[in-house]
Design a binder for this molecule. Structure first.
Ligand SMILES: [Zn+2]
Length: 119
């Protein structure tokens, strides 16, 4: 398992932990004990990716290596919603440009960090 930590530039308290594997144990972040949602690691056995959010804004994105790009895109949408919710940006049908930029930034970072080809 490889974990890459990145900070979201304009939301500098938010850290995103990107992993090329889902994990059964709690994510290795400082606020592991403060997950925003109830989290049962056994729920993830059948999944190819997931996003966990902590109460301090940290995000854990776990995506199994080799999953198709659509899984990465899917998890980036979840992560972006969580980040925007944490920083207080209300996303709706009239206000979603920030969501689009954040998804695009997360996706680009994920594929660069894990050297995933999109050719
Ligand atoms: Zn989903």
């Amino acid at each position: 398992m490889t974990i890459k930590r990145i900070s979201v530039p304009i939301f500098d308290n938010v850290e995103v932990y990107m992993s090329d594997e889902i994990m059964k144990d709690c994510p290795p972040w400082r606020a592991c004990r403060e997950l925003k949602f109830d989290h049962d690691p056994n729920d993830h056995e059948e999944t190819s990716g997931y996003v966990l959010a902590s109460t301090n804004g940290d995000i854990f994105m776990g995506i199994n290596a080799g999953e198709p790009l659509k899984v990465i895109a899917h998890e980036c949408v979840h992560a972006a919603w969580e980040i925007l919710d944490f920083v207080g940006v209300k996303v709706n049908y009239k206000n979603h440009e920030m969501l689009a930029y954040l998804v695009d930034w997360l996706f680009e970072n994920y594929i660069k960090k894990f050297k995933i080809s999109i050719d």
